[in-house]
Design a protein around this ligand. Structure first.
Ligand code: PNW
Length: 449
């Protein structure tokens, strides 16, 4: 870690932390909540590394007041949470569960009372199981159901949520949820998962219109990006890098920013109907960027069904997830977005950035996490460099406030600024929490240090 003071950011820069509903809320069967694909998946033996489920998770549904106090103590200007669709509409369409909307209204009002901007993600992968039973995101109708749900949430909270995020990481939901089956709903369609991409994007576009009709707040989507590092120097390696870039970084962003789907991927365009691309390209106020690490890519072996092979990047420190720590990748990525999309690129907010380490309390009950401090310090310096390069970045959200239920990894990966003892639900701010609090406070004071 650099010993220089952390860099300064412009006045009005949005400091935040992010979470998602299924990863923290628990209370899976309370107050009328319906089942989601993640309830089904987590309760299927063999799917989750430690056999756990999100039934209780961080028990945030009952401890939200304590968690909002932790946000206030950190001094963030914004909090990104997600609304669980099956809490609001247990069957994914039709009847509304008033207790679900009441919960998010209490949370939003509590945040506002503390001077924290509520940033609401409408879909962070927890599709109502009833909709999955009717085809899920492979069915076009799900896009219309999503817009109906967005309208319901905005009708209640449209005057108080300060930034809407329609979808979280539709690429991961398509690829891991519908391509490889590592995530819910566990489909293994490989490249035939494209309809799940198109229908998510169509749902996004329809939801943008619904949100604009109900709320004056800006609208965004949160995509994950990974700068591509070609490993090898043959023409085939370079071509493989370009193919992976089209899949991971452009499949969703090209159509969102008015360019249509990248043709070189050769996806069957049957699900794309007249007018869909215009709906999807509805202007965005902000592009949410989730960044974790770059990806090493080289040409695949001749007998591979894929046009590329992913290879671990050597020579970097690694997190507990075995992801390489590459802060410069953030600057590289933002430069790539800036060059690739030019004037079509909306202002950016980093909607997720963070790392998992095996953090545990020491003999004094403190939780030192110097690796996370070094990680965040490096990424903030890279972000500052990207601003100096001319990229318009308006904020930085850390994943995550709390150690939480990390999808297929269960409770084995701790991403929090706050340690959670899952046996007692005790929350203990880690040393990174105190560090970030000082960075935010210093940034607010301005450059006279
Ligand atoms: C994101 N991958 O997920 C999600 O938005 C969060 O809910 C999650 O907790 C966080 O990143 C940390 O994983 C990802 O395998 C899940 O490349 C998997 C991958 C990337 C992002």
């Amino acid at each position: 870690m650099s010993t220089a003071p952390p860099p300064q950011f412009p006045a009005g820069f949005r400091w935040g932390v992010s979470t998602s509903a299924y990863q923290i809320e628990g209370a899976a069967t309370e107050d009328g909540r319906g089942r989601s694909v993640w309830d089904t998946f987590a309760h299927t033996p063999g799917r989750i590394a430690d056999g756990s489920t999100g039934d209780v998770a961080c028990d945030h549904y009952h401890r939200h007041a304590e968690d909002v106090a932790l946000l206030a103590g950190l001094g963030v200007s914004a909090y990104r949470f997600s609304v669980a669709w099956p809490r609001v509409q247990p069957d994914g369409s039709g009847a509304v569960n008033p207790a679900g909307l009441d919960f998010y209204e209490r949370l939003v009002d509590d945040l506002l009372a503390r001077g924290i901007d509520p940033v609401a993600t409408l879909f962070h992968w927890d599709l109502p199981q009833r909709l999955e039973d009717a085809g899920g995101w492979l069915a076009r109708d799900t896009a219309h159901r999503f817009a109906e749900y967005a309208d319901l949430v905005a009708a209640r909270l449209g005057d108080r949520v300060k930034l809407w995020i329609t979808l979280n990481e539709p690429f991961i939901h398509m690829s891991l949820g519908h391509g490889t089956g590592k995530h819910a709903p566990g489909r293994t369609l490989l490249f035939d998962a494209f309809p799940a991409a198109h229908h998510q994007l169509l749902g996004h576009g329809l939801a943008v219109a619904a949100l604009r009709a109900r709320s004056g707040s800006p609208v965004a989507i949160a995509n994950n990006y990974s700068p591509v590092r070609v490993v090898g120097d043959t023409g085939a390696d370079v071509a493989a890098g370009a193919a992976y870039e089209a899949l991971h970084n452009r499949l969703f962003t090209d159509p969102l920013l008015g360019r249509g789907y990248p043709e070189e991927l050769g996806f069957d365009q049957t699900p794309v109907r007249a007018g869909d691309l215009d709906t999807i390209a509805a202007p965005l106020d902000v592009l949410g960027v989730n960044y974790y690490n770059p990806t090493g890519v080289r040409a695949a072996a001749d007998d591979s069904p894929l046009p590329f092979e992913l290879v671990p990047l050597e020579g970097y420190p690694r997190t507990a997830f075995d992801w390489p720590v590459v802060p410069d990748g953030l600057r590289e990525l933002l430069g790539w977005l800036h060059r690739t999309y030019g004037a079509a690129l909306p202002p950016v907010q980093i909607t997720e950035s963070g790392c998992a380490y095996d953090d545990a309390p020491d003999a004094e009950g403190r939780v030192p996490d110097p690796h996370r401090i070094a990680y965040l310090d490096g990424h903030l310096r890279a972000l500052r460099a990207a601003l100096d390069d001319g990229v318009d970045v308006r904020g930085y959200f850390v994943w995550s406030l709390l150690d939480n239920w990390e999808w297929a990894e269960g409770f084995t990966k701790r991403f929090g600024l706050v340690h959670v003892d899952f046996a007692t639900q005790a929350r203990t701010p880690k040393s990174s929490y105190a560090w970030l609090r000082e960075v935010i406070a210093a940034s607010r004071r301005g450059p006279d240090r």
